[in-house]
Design a protein around this ligand. Structure first.
Ligand code: GLC
Ligand code: MG
Length: 531
């Protein structure tokens, strides 16, 4: 591809905001749109290019906004439409992009569509959801499970049928086989695109179509006691059906009616299946989210093999992407520890492809222990003991050392991390060696150097817990060397090289000239510009 052909979302960095926890402007303890507006200069100065906001639509909040009751409104908790319009204008004024979360697989059970659908078997919206007669024994129509625990089917006494819900019973699945429902959802996309929204992150894209014959899901041979109940079966018929690609393609066509908009898909599948979501001739999602770094053990050989597998599996002109954290998974600094979290940041921001940063990870925020009585997440409340709570990674952003870390003047909806006086934006902004400084440097150099934002990826032979690769664009080359262990190791890639360290997990290495063979102290990460 010619340099000019790369668009903002190829070159740029996405930043995910979980709106309940970013910044509260009105003191109700929950973050809101005006709070986000207040912090746009921070995001601009940090150096990110696009902001994705988790759902802000009207919702009974059974799953914190992933149960939408009005797809074209704003929840009063977050503000009003005029706040949204102002947010969009302010984002654009700063040269950034705004991505919304679209939740098309299911609505809230309080959505007027569902209320109509539920009202009678003859209602014209009956078929907008997945209603089926009971099975032979009077029980659910098949064995499909809910991700959040228990059967995926809920019985409705009045109309004597079951409806399917892949998540909570308050989140009935929409029937994407129905053409009217399809048109209604595509119209919702156009509504936001017309306003100027720059794209969507599509929630649970791989769930959108289910087997037409409703065949039973097979047992999972790897299920063990103590795992959540959803793991008992392999969702072979309830997810990732071939027909989903037609739907994704239809969404993409809507996106393409407008200039330079972006379609991201949330897809938890192995690489070989994930890449099918780019679609035939790349006419599917621009970026099927790549969650490999969320799932792999922190082991150089494993990560290298996965990068190679992913690079090798991408379709021609399919653009890669990498995600290190989100609102559904334990934070990176908790998974790999503070020291390695720095290398993880270097990895995320120097691999080939669009990175997504989860809010607070730029500070090294960690999972927060939530006392039992304060647990909010339905995934944990539904299956106590086995359903992993997602609250720990959803705690308020840490802005400064004042009360509640400057997040709210009221009572925060989730408790803050106790160490916020040490770990916060204000303190780390200019603090040498801080996680935030490292992110600022990485984002800056990534934006400046074509080798880092569009260059090729060339693996480098390495051993002993080192992950190394080169990013190359025309004559410019960067060598990245990461010691993913906590002991000293030698790096000798077997070719001659000379270069200068531009960014490092250990500040004191920056500016040093290096060549050929080096000793890497524990946890050291280097971004070296080669001569
Ligand atoms: C996605 C969201 C998650 C939500 C689920 C159901 O996985 O990221 O937070 O609970 O979908 O909408
Ligand atoms: Mg608020």
């Amino acid at each position: 591809m010619n340099y000019k052909e790369y668009l903002w979302w190829h070159k740029g960095v996405v930043y995910q905001i979980y709106p309940r926890s970013f910044k509260d402007s009105d003191g109700d303890g929950v973050g809101d749109l005006r709070g986000i507006i207040e912090k746009l200069d921070y995001l601009k100065d940090l150096g990110v290019d696009a902001v994705w906001i988790s759902p802000i639509y009207p919702s009974p909040m059974a799953d914190f906004g992933y149960d939408v009751s009005d797809y074209t409104g704003i929840h009063p908790l977050f503000g009003e439409m005029k706040d949204f319009d102002e947010l969009l204008t302010e984002v654009h004024q700063r040269g950034m992009k705004l991505i919304l979360d679209l939740v098309p697989n299911h609505s809230s059970n309080k959505h007027p569509w569902f209320l109509e659908s539920k009202s009678s078997k003859n209602n014209h919206k009956r078929d907008w959801y997945i209603w089926k007669d009971p099975g032979k024994d009077g029980g659910p129509p098949n064995n499909w499970l809910s991700v959040f625990g228990g059967s995926g089917w809920e019985y409705d006494e009045k109309t004597e049928q079951y409806y399917y819900h892949a998540f909570l019973k308050e989140q009935p699945d929409l029937n994407w086989r129905n053409p009217d429902l399809q048109q209604a959802m595509l119209a919702i996309m156009r509504y936001w695109l017309k306003k100027g929204v720059d794209g969507f992150r599509v929630d649970v894209m791989w769930h959108m179509i289910k087997d037409e014959q409703l065949r039973d899901d097979p047992p999972n041979p790897e299920y063990k006691k103590g795992m959540n109940s959803y793991s008992k079966l392999l969702p072979a018929y309830s997810t990732d059906q071939d027909e989903v690609h037609d739907i994704v393609h239809k969404m993409r066509k809507v996106i393409d009616e407008y200039d330079e908009r972006l379609l991201i898909g949330e897809i938890y599948l192995p690489i070989s299946k994930l890449v099918s979501y780019y679609g035939e001739d790349n006419q599917g999602a621009h970026l099927p989210f790549n969650f490999q770094l969320l799932q792999l053990p922190w082991n150089a050989a494993r990560i290298k093999a996965t990068i190679d597998e992913y690079e090798g599996a991408l379709p021609e002109n399919g653009w890669p992407n990498w995600v290190l954290g989100n609102h559904d998974n334990s934070r990176i600094a908790s998974r790999v520890g503070k020291d390695q979290a720095k290398n993880a940041a270097i990895l995320l921001l120097t691999l080939r492809g669009t990175p997504t940063i989860y809010y607070g990870d730029e500070l090294g925020m960690q999972d927060v222990d939530i006392p039992k009585e304060k647990i909010q997440d339905p995934q944990a409340l539904n299956e106590p003991g086995v359903g992993r709570s997602r609250d720990p990674e959803r705690t308020p952003m840490q802005w400064d050392a004042t009360k509640n870390a400057g997040f709210t003047k009221g009572d925060p909806w989730l408790p803050l991390m106790v160490n916020y006086k040490e770990i916060n934006v204000k303190k780390q902004w200019d603090q040498p060696g801080s996680m935030l400084q490292l992110h600022r440097k990485l984002l800056k150099i990534r934006a400046q150097e074509p080798a880092l934002h569009v260059g090729n990826y060339l693996p480098v032979l390495s051993q002993d817990g080192i992950l190394s690769y080169i990013r190359k664009y025309e004559e410019q080359q960067f060598l990245i060397v990461l010691n993913l262990t906590d002991s000293e190791v030698n790096f000798a890639p077997g070719f001659k090289w000379t270069g200068t360290v531009k960014v490092s997990s250990h500040e004191e290495f920056e500016g040093k000239e290096m060549n050929d063979k080096i000793n890497l102290p524990a946890n050291l990460g280097l971004v070296i510009k080669l001569e």
